[in-house]
Write a protein that binds this ligand. Sequence first.
Ligand code: SF4
Length: 169
Amino acid sequence: MPESETNPMNELQDAVRAAAGRVEARAAVEGIYRELAAEVEARRPLCVISGRCCRFEEYGHRLYVTTLELAAFLNGFENMPPSATLTKSMASWDGTGCPFQVAKLCGVHAIRPFGCRIYFCDATSTQWQQDAYEAFHARLKRLHESLAVPYFYVEWRQALRALLPLPTR
Ligand code: SF4
């Protein structure tokens, strides 16, 4: 049996790469992100730019992503202008936190996945975040069905290691 049929990470890689090449799939994800941005803009939860939420082990949470989020991200990443700072940050990544965090900022802000767009440490917005997360995540999930894209829900670094040349430490 070919390895791609037995290794879920290879299946993920195939599904993400196939979806990343589909204009309508990327447009659908971007449409959801635009609507979410409008809701965030209306609610205006506080972000103190501590950068802690991207240092997952320190903060005690994890980021999970779907196939279509990864597809939109991968296409954006592969078409980004080269950044020596980001390349250096990724090459020196120690396997904890997010490999795209540069100082306290997001080095892939424009193409970050859904979870990064909805999470705020503002305690006053917790219920709003939960409600918005459920509503938008459900829409993302349904998009996989309507576009016939295999649905994966994978921890961010695990997915990135399957898709990008990152240090293995
Ligand atoms: S993609 Fe950006 S916002 Fe999301 S965890 Fe990584 S550095 Fe943070």
